[in-house]
Write a protein that binds this ligand. Structure first.
Ligand code: UDP
Ligand code: MG
Length: 251
C-alpha cells in the first residue's frame, strides 16, 4: 500500500517533456482537488523526460498538497507511463488526464457520477479543438478500430477517463494499449460509459504523436486484440478457502 490508498481517486498524469505546461497543470489540478466529488490525489508520471520536467514535477509535489510522482528510468510511451501509474495506484478508482490540459480536470466530476456503476467511464471530445488533419486521422482510426473490435467506443483517445483500479491492474500490457481501454475493459467483462467533455487546443509544448504512430501501430494492434479476444482466460472461482474471509470454512 502507498499514500494513494488514503484517497478514493488517483489522477494519473503522464508527462514527457512538458516543462512549459507544468505550472498551469499544477494550478488547474490544485483548484480541482477540493471540489472533487470523491477525495482525489494526483500522481505525476515522468516518462523519462529530458527537458527538466522532472525537477518541475518534484517542485510541484513540494508546493502542493496531494501531489505525488514516480519517475520512469527511460521513455516508454503513453501506455507504459499509464501502466506504471496504475501499478502504483492503491485507491479504488484511477483516473487519467494528459499534461497538456486539452481536457479539463473539472470534468472528472462529470465522470465521477457514473464510476460506481461502470468499470470504465470515459470522456468523448464533443467539439474537438485539434487540426483538421489530426481530427481526420483520429476519425479513420476510431472507425477502423470500432469495426475490428466492436468496442462501440466513439473516441478512445480522449484523455479523460476513470477506471476501477482492480480491473485496470488486470489489463493486458502492450505498447498502444491506451487506445484499447474500452475494448479491453469489456474483454474483462466490465461496463463502459461515455460522456461528452470539454476540449481545448494544446497551449504549451508539442504533440508527441504523428501520423505513423497514430495510424500504423493501432492498425496492427486491432489484429492483436482480435487474437487476444479468442484466447483470453477469464477464471470464475467457484470455491476456495485461501482468503481471510473464507479461512474458517473447512475447520
Ligand atoms: N506522453 C508520455 N510519453 C510519451 C509521449 C507522450 O508520457 O512517450 C504524454 C504526454 O506528455 C502527454 C500525453 O502523453 O501528457 C499525450 O501526449 P500528446 O499530447 O503529445 O499526444 P496527442 O494529444 O497529441 O495525441
Ligand atoms: Mg495532447
Amino acid at each position: 500500500m502507498n499514500r494513494t490508498a488514503n484517497y478514493e481517486l488517483t489522477i494519473l498524469v503522464p508527462i514527457y517533456n512538458e516543462i512549459e505546461g507544468l505550472e498551469p497543470l499544477g494550478k488547474q489540478l490544485s483548484s480541482f482537488l477540493p471540489t472533487a466529488k470523491k477525495k482525489s490525489c494526483v500522481l505525476l508520471v515522468d516518462d523519462g523526460s529530458n527537458d527538466g520536467s522532472l525537477e518541475g514535477i518534484k517542485q510541484l509535489c513540494k508546493e502542493r498538497a496531494h501531489f505525488f510522482y514516480i519517475q520512469l528510468a527511460q521513455n516508454g510511451g503513453l501506455s507504459a507511463a499509464l501502466k506504471a501509474g496504475i501499478d502504483y495506484t492503491d485507491s479504488p478508482y484511477v483516473g487519467y488526464i494528459d499534461a497538456d490540459l486539452q481536457t479539463a480536470p473539472e470534468d472528472f466530476n462529470v465522470l465521477l457520477d457514473f464510476v460506481e456503476e461502470y468499470e470504465l467511464v470515459t470522456g468523448v471530445r464533443a467539439q474537438r479543438k485539434d487540426s483538421f488533419f489530426k481530427n481526420f486521422q483520429s476519425k479513420v482510426a476510431n472507425s477502423f478500430r470500432r469495426m475490428m473490435t466492436n468496442d462501440g467506443a466513439t473516441d478512445t483517445g480522449c484523455p479523460l477517463k476513470i477506471m476501477h483500479t482492480d480491473l485496470a491492474k488486470q489489463l493486458p500490457l502492450f505498447t498502444g494499449m491506451h487506445r484499447f481501454f474500452p475494448a479491453l475493459i469489456q474483454l474483462l467483462q466490465g461496463k463502459v460509459k461515455e460522456l461528452p467533455v470539454q476540449h481545448f487546443p494544446r497551449e504549451t509544448g508539442t504533440s508527441k504523436y504523428h501520423l505513423w504512430n497514430r495510424l500504423w501501430s493501432p492498425f496492427v494492434d486491432c489484429f492483436a486484440f482480435r487474437w487476444m479476444r479468442k484466447r483470453v482466460i477469464i477464471n470464475r472461482i467457484a470455491d476456495e478457502n485461501v482468503t481471510e474471509s473464507a479461512k474458517n470454512k473447512l475447520n
